[in-house]
Design a protein around this ligand. Structure first.
Ligand SMILES: [Zn+2]
Length: 193
C-alpha cells in the first residue's frame, strides 16, 4: 500500500447512464450502477472518484435539476459561428435556468425549411437563440431552429453592438444603420429571458 494521502477527483457533473469507470478500476458506490463490468451514474450529480479507497460515487445535485433532453426547447447564446455550424451555450430549458453548462451545435441543414447558404445569414456570435434539441451525444446537444417559433430572439449589430430591430426580411441597427440577416423566431425581441 502506498502512503499517498487520499486523493479525490473533484466533482464533474454527470448524467444518468454516463460511464464512470470499470469494476477492475473502481468499486461502485452510491448513485451508480454496473452493467457488463462498466460503472455508470444513476443520477444527475457530481462524480467522486476516491483514489485512496478506489470507490466511485455520484452525489445528486438536488431535486428539480434541469438538463436538456431530446425534444426540449432551449435558449442559449451563440459563442461561435462557422459557415456550416454554430456553437451555442445553452443556459435555459423552457423557462428554467440550467444546472451546469451545456453545449449545443446547430448545423446548417437544421436551420430552416428552405435551403440556407451560410450560417452567417442565420446567426452570429453573441446572439440569443431559441432552438429544439433533436439529438444528444456525449453531452453535446444537436439543435434545430426549423419551426417559426425557433431561431434568433435577440441579435446584436456586428459593427456597434446595439440590439438589432427586425424589419420584414432584414435586421436593422437603430444606432448605426447597418443592415444584417438572421433567421429569427416569429416573436423576435419580445421574449423575456
Ligand atoms: Zn450598429
Amino acid at each position: 500500500m502506498s502512503s499517498k494521502p487520499a486523493e479525490q477527483k473533484s466533482g464533474q457533473l454527470v448524467l444518468p447512464g454516463e460511464r464512470l469507470g470499470v469494476i477492475e478500476e473502481f468499486v461502485p458506490d452510491a448513485g451508480t450502477f454496473v452493467k457488463d463490468g462498466v460503472i455508470y451514474s444513476e443520477v444527475v450529480g457530481r462524480a467522486l472518484h476516491d483514489l485512496a479507497t478506489r470507490h466511485v460515487s455520484v452525489h445528486p445535485v438536488g431535486r428539480g435539476v434541469v438538463i436538456p433532453k431530446v425534444g426540449s426547447i432551449v435558449v442559449g447564446q451563440v459563442v461561435g459561428a462557422q459557415p456550416e455550424n454554430a456553437n451555442v451555450r445553452i443556459f435555459q430549458v423552457g423557462d428554467k435556468a440550467l444546472s451546469g453548462i451545456f453545449m449545443g451545435v446547430l448545423h446548417i441543414s437544421d436551420v430552416h425549411l428552405r435551403y440556407v447558404d451560410s450560417m452567417f445569414e442565420v446567426c452570429k456570435a453573441c446572439d440569443i437563440v431559441r432552438a429544439k434539441v433533436i439529438s444528444e451525444k456525449n453531452q453535446v446537444y444537436h439543435l434545430s431552429t426549423k419551426d417559426k417559433e425557433l431561431g434568433v430572439i435577440y441579435a446584436f449589430c456586428s459593427a456597434c453592438g446595439a440590439t438589432l430591430e427586425s424589419r420584414r426580411q432584414n435586421m436593422h441597427c437603430p444606432k448605426c444603420g447597418r443592415i444584417e440577416t438572421r433567421k429569427t423566431a416569429f416573436d423576435y425581441g419580445k421574449d423575456l429571458i
